[in-house]
Design a protein around this ligand. Structure first.
Ligand SMILES: Cc1cc2nc3c(=O)[nH]c(=O)nc-3n(C[C@H](O)[C@H](O)[C@H](O)COP(=O)(O)OP(=O)(O)OC[C@H]3O[C@@H](n4cnc5c(N)ncnc54)[C@H](O)[C@@H]3O)c2cc1C
Length: 239
C-alpha cells in the first residue's frame, strides 16, 4: 500500500483532497473480509462489502454495491489474463473500465467478457469514521435482510431512480411468503427468494417467473434479474 494525495480536482471517486491508500489485491480475496479489514484500518470505500459473499473478482465482474457505494468507485486498475494467456492491466484512467449499475466490461457482451480477473489495484480514502459506517451498514443489512437464510442475495435489479425498489414492488403485490417447492419469497425482504430446504433450480426459476408475472400484471413493470443464470442463457442474462 502507498499513500497519495488526491489533490484538488483530481475527481477521484474517493473524494478530492483526501489522503488515499492504494492496495493491490488478488481476485480470490474474500470480499466480505476485505470490507471489514479495510474499514477497520480507517479506510473508506468498501464499507458496504461486509455481508456480501464471494470474491473481489466476482464483485468486480458484478460491480457489486450497496448503501450508495459500489465496487467500481475504488477500482483504479484490473489485472487480467486474456484467452491467449497474456496478462493485461486495464486502467480506469485510460477508460478501459466502463461501469454501470451491477454492470462491467467483464460481463457477457462486454469488451473484456473473456478475460479472467487476476488482481486489482484499489484506491481508498483515509477516513476515521469508516469502521463506524461499516458497522452501521452491517446492522442495517441484518435488520432488513434474511442474512442467515440460504439465498442468492437480491434476485431482481432495482428499476431505477425515483421508482420503488424491486423489493417494494414485490411486497406491494402481496407476494411475501409465496412458495414454489422449497423456495419462498422472504417475509423479511421480498427481493430475496429463500431455499427453505430441498429446493431445486426449477423451483427457483418458477418462483422468479411467478413474481415477474404478478408484478407485470399489477404494476405493468417488467422486473429484470440481477442474478446471472449458469449455463448462460443470453436472453436471460441481458443486463
Ligand atoms: C446473501 C447475499 C447477499 C448479497 N448482497 C449483495 C449486495 O448487497 N450487493 C450486490 O451488488 N450483490 C450482492 N450479492 C451478490 C454478490 O455481488 C455476488 O454474489 C458476488 O459479488 C459474486 O462474487 P462471486 O465471487 O461469488 O462470483 P460468482 O457468483 O462465482 O460469479 C459471478 C460472475 O462473475 C464471474 N467471475 C467471478 N470471478 C471472476 C474472475 N476472477 N474473473 C472473471 N470472471 C469472474 C463468473 O463467471 C460469473 O459470471 C449478494 C449475494 C448473496 C448470496
Amino acid at each position: 500500500a502507498d499513500d497519495a494525495d488526491a489533490g484538488a480536482g483530481e475527481g477521484s471517486a474517493c473524494g478530492s483532497g483526501r489522503r488515499l491508500a492504494r492496495f493491490r489485491v488478488g481476485a480470490g480475496a474474500a470480499f466480505n473480509s476485505l470490507g471489514v479489514r479495510l474499514s477497520s484500518e480507517g479506510l473508506s470505500g468498501l464499507e458496504f462489502a461486509c455481508g456480501i459473499p464471494g470474491t473481489l473478482g466476482g464483485a468486480i465482474v458484478m460491480n457489486a454495491g450497496a448503501h450508495g457505494q459500489e465496487t467500481a468507485a475504488v477500482v483504479e486498475s484490473v489485472e487480467v489474463v486474456m484467452p491467449d494467456g497474456q496478462m493485461r492491466t486495464l486502467s480506469a484512467d485510460k477508460g478501459e473500465l466502463v461501469w454501470g449499475y451491477r454492470k462491467s466490461v467483464f460481463q457477457r457482451g462486454g469488451r473484456f467478457e473473456d478475460a479472467a480477473v487476476a488482481a486489482a489495484t484499489l484506491r481508498l480514502a483515509h477516513d476515521a469514521g469508516a469502521r463506524e459506517m461499516q458497522l452501521a451498514y452491517a446492522a442495517q443489512r441484518k435488520a432488513s435482510q434474511p442474512v442467515t437464510a440460504r439465498s442468492c442475495g437480491c434476485i431482481f435489479r432495482n428499476p431505477g431512480e425515483g421508482a420503488p425498489s424491486a423489493g417494494a414492488l414485490i411486497d406491494r403485490a402481496g407476494l411475501k411468503g409465496t412458495r414454489v417447492g422449497g423456495v419462498v419469497v422472504s417475509t423479511k425482504h421480498a427481493n430475496f427468494l429463500v431455499n427453505e430446504g430441498g429446493a431445486s433450480a426449477s423451483d427457483l426459476r418458477s418462483l422468479i417467473e411467478k413474481v415477474k408475472a404478478t408484478v407485470r400484471d399489477e404494476y405493468g413493470h417488467e422486473l429484470r434479474e440481477e442474478v446471472l443464470y449458469i449455463p448462460a442463457d443470453d436472453a436471460d442474462n441481458q443486463v
